[in-house]
Design a binder for this molecule. Structure first.
Ligand code: CO
Length: 209
């Protein structure tokens, strides 16, 4: 059996197991898509949100890319935010970075090339400010500092998106959060608290950049 045939067999066994416990599970799943959270995270396979939050995957709407970036000209990410806020009506958007991030490390070590180099260019700008501040720090310390600053930057980009600005102008209940997942411990850390207005977002931007 090839590796991928094995995956299909695993899927079949999984569906059968769920149906044997809850006969209407898939029927009900197909009728409702109402996640409360939008998760913007890194593609790193160790950071799947449903696993680390211990939540059923249908409760989290997910967008992931290398180093959890939010570019205002990225139609994919902007569409996800628009759909999550305007149609799914999520209450919370979480941007989550993580320790041991290959994208962050590549930028720190000047080892990016091709499309990844273009994708991570905003991180190179942040790296300059980190490098000045942390000249004596170890690579791990600088990597974590850059990861944290990147989360804050991407949170401010989410807050600056047309969708989120409009939602706040219309008085919708919507909070944006910046978290950090430490792969070495399995623990999530809240970096910024709850941001639920343009004024709060502006104050965070002023404080950090
Ligand atoms: Co990563």
């Amino acid at each position: 059996m090839s590796e991928l045939s094995e995956l299909l067999s695993r899927n079949f066994a999984w569906a059968e197991k769920i149906k044997s416990r809850t006969p209407n599970f898939f029927k009900n799943l197909s009728k409702r898509h109402k996640p409360k959270y939008l998760w913007i995270g890194c593609s790193d396979s160790r950071t799947a949100p449903d696993r680390l939050l211990d939540l059923p995957s249908e409760e989290i709407f997910v967008h992931r890319n290398i180093a959890n970036m939010v570019h205002s000209d990225d139609a994919s990410c902007m569409s996800v935010i628009q759909y999550a806020v305007d149609h799914l009506r999520v209450d919370h958007i979480v941007v989550c970075g993580h320790s041991c991030c290959g994208g962050v490390r590549a930028v720190l070590e000047d080892q990016t090339s091709g499309p990844i180099d273009q994708w991570l260019r905003p991180l190179s700008v942040l790296k300059t400010s980190i490098s000045e501040r942390l000249q004596q720090a170890s690579v791990d310390e600088r990597s974590l500092a850059l990861t944290e600053l990147n989360v804050v930057k991407q949170v401010t980009n989410v807050c600056g998106s047309t969708t989120v600005k409009t939602a706040w102008e219309q008085g919708k209940k919507l909070s944006v959060h910046g978290w950090l997942f430490d792969i070495r411990t399995g623990i999530l850390r809240d970096l910024l608290g709850e941001i639920n207005s343009a004024e709060m977002a502006a104050s965070i931007h002023k404080q950090y950049f």
